[in-house]
Design a protein around this ligand. Structure first.
Ligand code: PLP
Ligand code: COI
Length: 339
């Protein structure tokens, strides 16, 4: 693994850390959990996580504040979403308190690796759960591992607030009544090929359409889509096959309460993208990446500018990151200092 020296130029890669967390579920209950220093896990080769994708994960960040303290952004929302993913894949719930405690133990053990305030980098925290133990038939495991690992990271999409271009893919990452709204490994396995194709063609990522009709935007790679219309509405797709993004929910609140925009979760038809003056991709890893251009076959749509971020997307970015880094006080309960 790569040692971290240059926080200003970090990409989204695995870096060396000091410690991670692991907890075992056996005979219907979780153990206490413990910290360990190496990132290897020994499991049976028959484990359902390996063959049938019985796995779910989360992603959240630890932010270095100006006063040197470290804080988390809405970790309770990640804990609850992991519970939803676990239900869908018949895995046992990780209690919210256990989830937050594990995340905090990992952040504390790697405190010196939380990048400095102002570097634009953060400590990315990756909780996950896998079904383990000897099993052959397609059925849920009897034993599970819940683990939390981390790595210092920089931008997910290159360029920070510089707009990126995306291409519509004909592939789907999820099925209409499948697992698109759960954060489970299978969705990401399905996304590897279309993501690769988009990168080969020079795009930052691909845009998935709704799997039923292929007429509406669902997701932007591993991020949600939002657009700002010429009549000042914040519109984001409503779909049962997209991941309910915590960043998106936070932006919906900020757009309405701080910027006074009308917020709509609705249909985003690809043949009506010209209603948007600005657009963005949002997520924990992506933060907000302005969408400069979307290509779709012969046609394309440009939003604001292919080289500069638009004013509303910038305001949302400043508000969101201001809260995440502790410069702006957010709504009650949005941030949690790691003590
Ligand atoms: N969509 C997908 C497919 C994702 O993997 C993510 C990342 O978690 C998001 C959207 C954004 O969700 P969040 O803002 O909760 O990180
Ligand atoms: C996140 O934004 O946390 C993600 O999980 C996206 C991706 C790296 C899978």
């Amino acid at each position: 693994m790569i040692k971290t020296t240059d926080y200003a130029n970090l990409g989204f890669e695995c870096r060396e850390t000091h410690a991670n967390y692991i907890s075992y579920y056996k005979d219907g209950k979780w153990d206490e959990g413990m910290m360990k220093s190496d990132d290897c896990i020994k499991i049976s080769a028959f484990s359902p996580a390996l063959h049938y994708g019985q796995e779910a994960f989360e992603g959240l960040k630890a932010y270095r504040r100006k006063d040197g303290k470290v804080q988390l952004f809405r970790p309770d929302m990640n804990a609850k979403r992991l519970q939803d993913s676990c239900k869908r894949l018949l895995m046992p719930d990780v209690p919210v308190e256990k989830f937050i405690d594990a995340v905090e133990q990992v952040v504390k053990a790697n405190e010196d690796l939380v990048p400095p305030y102002g570097s634009g980098a953060t400590l990315y925290v990756r909780p996950f759960i896998i079904g383990v133990g000897r099993n052959l038939g397609v059925r849920p495991a009897k034993e599970y591992i819940f683990s939390v690992i981390c790595s210092p990271v920089g931008s997910y999409f290159k360029g920070g607030l510089a707009p990126n271009k995306f291409v519509i893919t004909e592939y789907d990452r999820a099925a209409p009544n499948g697992t698109g709204n759960s954060k489970v490994g299978g969705n990401y396995a399905a996304s590897l090929y279309p993501h690769h194709m988009a990168k080969e063609m020079g795009y930052a990522d691909c845009i998935y359409l709704d799997p039923l009709t292929h007429t509406k935007i669902d997701e932007v790679g591993a991020a949600n889509f939002f657009g700002i219309t010429y009549d000042n509405k914040f519109i984001t797709p409503k779909s049962s096959s997209i991941l309910p993004s915590i960043t998106k929910k936070s932006l919906m609140y900020l757009a309405e309460h701080e910027l006074g925009l009308e917020v709509v979760e609705g249909e985003v038809y690809i043949d009506k993208l010209d209603i948007f003056k600005e657009a963005g991709a949002c997520g924990t890893a992506a933060v907000i990446s302005p969408i400069g251009r979307i290509d779709m076959g012969e046609k394309h749509q440009i939003f604001f500018s292919e080289t500069e971020v638009g004013p509303t997307v910038r305001k949302l970015y400043d508000l969101l990151t201001g809260i995440q880094y502790g410069d702006i006080e957010g709504p009650e309960g949005w941030t949690r200092i790691v003590k």
